[in-house]
Structures are given as C-alpha cells and as structure tokens.
Design a protein around this ligand. Structure first.
Ligand code: KIV
Length: 275
C-alpha cells in the first residue's frame, strides 16, 4: 500500500483507489470537490484536491433543473471528459445519472463503460443500498471502481418526500446494513449525505473503505461539497455548507464594472486596442 499522503503528497501521477484505501488505514482525512468543466478542474487539481466528482448535481448547478433527475448520460459525459482533460493528478469520479443503472447490472455496466471509454473517468458513483448491490458487483467484476452513496440520495427525492435528513432512529440500522453490503459488494468508498453525525461516525468505524460525508458531521474519512455551494454561487445553500468564498458577489461586481465602462466609453482603453 502507498504511504504517500493524498493531500500535498501523491505527485506526477493520478491518485488511485489504492491510495484512498491506504489513506483510510493511516487515518488520513481528505477533501473531494465537485467539478464540471476543465478550468475549475485545473484549479482544484493544482490545489491538491485528490478526488474530483462530476456529480449529477450538474443537473441543477450547470443545467438549471430543479432536481438531479433530468440529467442524462450524454449530458454528463462531455462534462466528465472536460474534467479529465483539465486535471492531471485527481481521481475523477463520474456520477451515473438517474435511470442509467437501476434497470439491471447490464445497464449499469453499459453506462459505466461509456464514462470510462468515452470520457476517461476513473470510477463511477451510484446511489442506493442493498437494491444496487448486483449493479456494484457487476461493475467491480468488470474492473470499474464504484463509489456508493447512502442517506439522502437526491435521485430518490420524490420517494423520500424532499431533501431531508435520513437515517434517524431505526433507519440508522438499515443504513448501516446497506453500507456493509456495499462494502462486501466491492465499493471502494461510500458517500454519506445528510445523516446524523453519530450514525456517520459508527458507519465510518465499521467499514474498512473510506466514508465521504456531506452533511454527515466531522467523523467521516473525507468531506465533499458542491463547488458552487462552497464558493458562494448558490443563493440559499443547505445548513451543512460552509462558504469559503463569495464568487457570486465578485462576479456581480465585475459584470457591473464592465457594463459601466462599456456604457461610459472607458473600455476598451488604448492598452486593449490593436493599432
Ligand atoms: O451530485 C453530487 O454532487 C453528489 C455530491 C453532493 C455527493 O452526489
């Protein structure tokens, strides 16, 4: 197993799922950020973020839908290819969108193969517990690393009755059983979204694969945020989001400054003009 740290360590090659397994053994925590285009992928990659997720959250933050359900494999394929082209070190994980894997293990493999072959993804993510174990097994036996996703699974928002905390009370035992089944099926990691912190802590202690939390407290092995949420582009982010920048205000300021200078005639100046 590799002993090179994920954050600020591994260099000159891509991070692999083996590196993530070694980090869990060392007790090293790590960050994951979503990315949907080459330029932000380049920035996050250069910042040392070891794993970039091309989330189906693209449905909302890129394509403007009000849920993740409408986005298609084709929609996410070109975004994933851009993120792979924009990065050189990060492991790039592509989300399998709603309807692209639930039908059968064969359908899951066909969709995942497109992300690996056409976009160059290094792993895929899918949502669900025991019901997707056959899909996870089929992917893993075909050589596709799988990141699982439990708790608030946004593709099931209609069945869950909204974006709400999952796994409280007895539902926590179900989630724990799901997590263990997904680990047994060969998943290399599991996202825990919007679950009580004590449940996430117990799941993290019970699994030998890394847990990646979002709204799941501080005890998970890794943390993930959607970049538009953490950088201040989302108007009303969820409680679990911390804002690390206010790009919304900065873009607004720059757009207004440009508009004022165009209207006032001071842009372009001589230094921006060819003779
Ligand atoms: O689609 C996404 O961005 C995700 C993360 C929030 C984990 O699934």
């Amino acid at each position: 197993m590799s002993s090179t740290t994920l954050y600020g360590g591994v260099s000159g090659r891509r991070v692999t799922v083996r590196d993530l397994a070694a980090a869990k053994e060392r007790g090293e925590r790590w960050p994951m950020i979503t990315a949907y285009d080459a330029m932000t992928a380049r920035v996050f990659d250069a910042a040392g973020i070891p794993v970039l997720l091309v989330g189906d959250s693209a449905a909302m933050v890129v394509y403007g839908y009000d849920s993740t359900l409408p986005v298609t494999v084709d929609d996410l394929l070109s975004l994933t290819a851009a993120v792979v082209r924009g990065s050189s070190r990060a492991l790039v994980v592509a989300d399998l969108p709603f309807g692209s894997y639930q039908t059968s293990p064969g359908q899951a493999l066909e969709s995942a193969a497109r992300f690996m072959k056409e976009a160059g993804a290094h792993a895929v993510k899918l949502e669900g517990g025991r019901r997707v174990v056959p899909q996870v097994e089929a992917l893993v036996s075909a050589g596709v690393p799988v990141m699982a996703h439990l708790g608030l699974t946004p593709q099931s928002v209609n069945a869950l009755g909204g974006y709400r905390v999952q796994g409280r009370g007895e539902a926590g035992d179900e989630l724990m059983a799901d997590a263990k089944d997904l680990e047994r099926a060969g998943a290399f990691s599991v996202v825990l979204e919007c679950v009580p912190a004590d449940l996430a802590e117990r799941v993290t202690a019970s699994l030998s694969i890394p847990t990646i939390g979002i709204g799941a407290g501080a005890a998970t092995d890794a943390q993930v945020l959607v970049w538009q949420d953490m950088m201040g582009l989302t108007p009303s982010p969820a409680r679990f989001v911390k804002r690390y920048a206010d790009l919304g205000a900065e873009l607004d300021r720059a757009a207004r400054a440009f508009a004022d200078e165009v209207v006032g005639g001071s842009f372009p100046g001589p230094e921006h003009t060819y003779s």
